[in-house]
Design a binder for this molecule. Sequence first.
Ligand SMILES: Nc1ncnc2c1ncn2[C@@H]1O[C@H](COP(=O)(O)OP(=O)(O)OP(=O)(O)O)[C@@H](O)[C@H]1O
Ligand SMILES: [Mg+2]
Length: 221
Amino acid sequence: MLQVVNVHKKYGSLEVLKGIDLLINAGEVVSIVGASGAGKSTLLHILGTLDSTDTGEVLFDGKNISRMNATDLARFRNKHIGFIFQFHNLLPEFTALENASLPGYLAGRPEREVREQAANLLGMLNLAHRMHHKPSELSGGEQQRTAVARALINSPRIIFADEPSGNLDSHNAQELHEIFFRLRSEFNQTFVIVTHNEQLATMADRTLVMKDGLIVQEAVK
Ligand SMILES: Nc1ncnc2c1ncn2[C@@H]1O[C@H](COP(=O)(O)OP(=O)(O)OP(=O)(O)O)[C@@H](O)[C@H]1O
Ligand SMILES: [Mg+2]
């Protein structure tokens, strides 16, 4: 589904990615681990079309997304890609339901359909009773589950998560991790997850270890 060919990236004179090759199949949960500064977030942003490569290609179902223009890319991202970050990035003035719905509205989908789907997703994530509350009124785990609903709203082909449980206590972290694997078994949802959480990394089908801008090791379960 997602193919990365010889991707290089520099910030100024700093070579952050030094030739990354990678293949992600539908329904896989792949974790990426490595020391701080290894290039994990940079790679994830490039895979998620939030950042561009210097050289190399990112192919999505064979389509070269490294060459798409900004407008097409934004549309593509909204439709096919979900993101979950360490900090939930929910909009403070909107409720959980509205936050989860936003990418659906941006996609131009009918309002009612989006709201219904958002409510269903929030219900599935045990947030039915909290969906009319704003982020400041939600616990850390609830905020992050709202971010999961937002990531799922347009039924993306792939979800990229950057240290999704980095800000959660171990109980909420475990609950979030279980949600990822439930989504995979129920919907064949594909995930690429950057994590410092060893438990999550070892739950994944494959773990890629990054060091100094390269994937230096791959552990398959
Ligand atoms: N926009 C940027 N401009 C300049 N340098 C950057 C930029 N983004 C990242 N870097 C540098 O690139 C290197 C890799 O950063 P990256 O965020 O990918 O690391 P990481 O593996 O995600 O680390 P962490 O585990 O701390 O999140 C770091 O040295 C970082 O300082
Ligand atoms: Mg990072």
